[in-house]
Design a protein. Structure first.
Length: 574
């Protein structure tokens, strides 16, 4: 849950610390038949050209139930998969193989290792077969009929039908239905959890079985991405015909716009075999090179990104993956990306935006490229919800050795104005990071009518406890949270209150705060900084011990905002 695309105010530590009680309550509700899924947070993420997919973000309780059910179902299903070249693995599946590309899991599609295995299989038959067919399914998740899914699972001997009933019941509740329309038993929500992925994977077992038995076809599938290796053009067309007819019986169809029949030579270009090998070699050379030689290699990376974007070299085949790998090499080695390339990716390549923002905050050009980010926010082209969140969380995660000009924060906040809950989340998150407590409180009071209606916002507001406690502003902060915070806001408020006033609460969170987040520029997440700020006020703990807790995060003290905030707290704390 800590990896979800909207960071939680306390990384759901309040749920974690009470998980036994909360699980017992959930178990009682489910076994008594009284369980009703909580509403999910739903946000728009741009796919391209302004078209957005809706991502469902469930609460920890729903995520826990879904994960338990999918784990149980996977035990029954995995041994009955008809093909070994249809790749799927649960998100938390342990792997003995290291990821040679050092890439992250794809959001909503599972572990990167499974995708790499899929790619390896495709590359294998693309070198032995004369033709390669690449295709996928149009609007796959939206078209899955629950009745067909249930019949497929029953064909494979799933014994615990009640588990499937509960799983579909929860997923149906998470589907978007405008204007209280009835549920038509179709579609799966898109989220970064195993349950919908597992069902979507299982739904295509019939396709796996069809081509597994054909000796004239090499077949590989990763979710709804399906590739075939054949020796004749006639066979390629018959494969697509049979595939489309099979899918049609399940109310889904091939995506004709993304379907391609290629010769072996064209397939090598499509899958970028030469480029992938060259990038792997270049990455290894940079890591092993002397400082002088490393500079030359780094220039090659920067030039490859710049010229590739200028000449549209990443627009065909797996070009997007090549660009992502180039960006990964650049970010890992502190290579600056030129302004034109940076702007091109932000505006025209939404699939890479999040990856770019997380790398940008480690870039030598972080401050100089801030106007490009601000310009994107103000251009009107940030049509989805996630762009606002990604920008705010990235800036909040960056290390600021010097204070940003006040005009920068003003411009960002100006472009995040309005009553949109995601813009408000970004606004108050940045205010808690870069602005004064008095202005943060003013924003909280002014927008209480908005954040009080959204649990994720109420939790965020309540997490600012440590910025106000034992200051003249605390009584106003406490009053507005207690009146408008609701159940979720009060859960976070009480969590912070226990860290600030109770030795048991302090020690229960201490190991979590100490652990930090080494992969982040500041070495600790903003949520943990806010917990640290709260913990430093606890007079039940010797001040020397609190100072030692602060001393663990020396990297954060290099940040001008954190240094000022935390130094002031430790000097004022009793």
């Amino acid at each position: 849950m800590r990896k979800q695309i909207i960071p939680d105010a306390v990384e759901f530590l309040d749920f974690h610390m009470e998980h036994r009680q909360r699980c017992s309550a959930l178990e009682a509700l489910i076994c008594n038949g009284d369980y009703i899924p909580a509403p999910v947070l739903r946000m728009k993420v741009e796919k391209g050209k302004g078209l957005c997919r809706q991502i469902a973000l469930p609460s920890p309780a729903e995520a826990l139930i879904l994960q338990a059910l999918s784990d149980s179902l996977w035990k029954d299903i995995k041994s009955k998969a008809p093909s070994s070249t249809a790749f799927f693995a649960p998100q938390d599946q342990p792997f003995s193989k290291l990821n040679p590309l050092k890439e992250e899991d794809e959001f909503g599609y599972g572990p990167i290792e499974s995708w790499l295995d899929f790619q390896q299989e495709v590359l294998k038959f693309s070198q032995t077969r004369d033709y390669v067919v690449v295709t996928d399914i149009a609007n796959y998740y939206d078209g899955i009929l629950h009745s067909f899914l249930r019949s497929i699972l029953s064909d494979y001997g799933l014994e615990r039908e009640y588990a499937l009933d509960l799983l579909l019941y929860i997923l149906e509740a998470m589907l978007w239905r405008p204007d209280y329309m009835p549920n038509f038993g179709i579609g799966l929500p898109q989220m970064d959890l195993d349950a919908p992925r597992l069902l979507a994977h299982t739904h295509l077992f019939e396709v796996d079985e069809l081509f597994e038995k054909d000796p004239d076809v090499d077949f590989a599938r990763y979710m709804d991405d399906m590739d075939f290796g054949v020796d004749t053009l006639a066979k390629a067309k018959s494969v697509l015909r049979d595939l489309d007819l099979t899918l049609h019986t399940r109310n889904i169809r091939i995506n004709s716009g993304k379907t391609t029949i290629m010769t072996r030579e064209d397939a090598a270009k499509y899958f970028r075999v030469a480029e992938n090998m060259a990038l792997l070699s270049l990455s290894n050379k940079i890591e092993a090179a002397t400082p002088n030689k490393s500079v030359i290699y780094k220039r090659l990376v920067a030039r490859a990104i710049k010229s590739g974007l200028k000449k549209n070299l990443f627009d065909q085949g797996n070009g997007g993956k090549i660009l992502k790998r180039l960006l990964g090499i650049a970010f890992r080695n502190g290579i600056a990306i030129d302004d034109a390339s940076f702007r091109n990716i932000i505006y025209d390549r939404p699939a890479l935006r999040d990856y770019l923002f997380r790398g940008w905050i480690r870039s030598p050009n972080y401050e100089s490229q801030m106007p490009i980010v601000i310009g994107y926010l103000g251009s009107g082209q940030a049509v989805d919800d996630y762009s606002k969140i990604a920008i705010a969380t990235s800036i909040s995660s960056a290390i600021h050795q010097y204070a940003l000009p006040s005009t920068v924060l003003y411009e960002i906040v100006f472009h995040l104005k309005g009553g949109d809950p995601f813009a408000l989340y970004a606004r108050v998150l940045l205010a808690s990071r870069l602005d004064t407590p008095s202005r943060l409180l003013a924003e909280i009071v002014k927008t209480k009518g908005t954040w009080s209606r959204h649990a994720f916002l109420s939790r965020l507001v309540a997490s600012f406890y440590g910025l106000f406690v034992h200051t003249p502003l605390f009584s106003d902060f406490e009053a507005v949270v207690k009146r408008h915070g609701g159940t979720e806001g009060m859960s976070v408020y009480e969590f912070h209150h226990s860290i600030a006033n109770d030795s048991k609460g302090y020690y229960s969170a201490k190991s979590f705060i100490e652990a930090g987040n080494p992969s982040m520029p500041v070495g600790i997440s903003h949520a943990k900084i806010l917990m640290l700020a709260t913990a430093l006020w606890n007079k039940a703990i010797p001040k020397i011990e609190r100072a030692k807790l602060l001393g663990v995060h020396t990297k954060a003290m290099n940040d001008t905002y954190y240094r000022q905030m935390l130094s002031q707290i430790i000097s004022m704390a009793p």
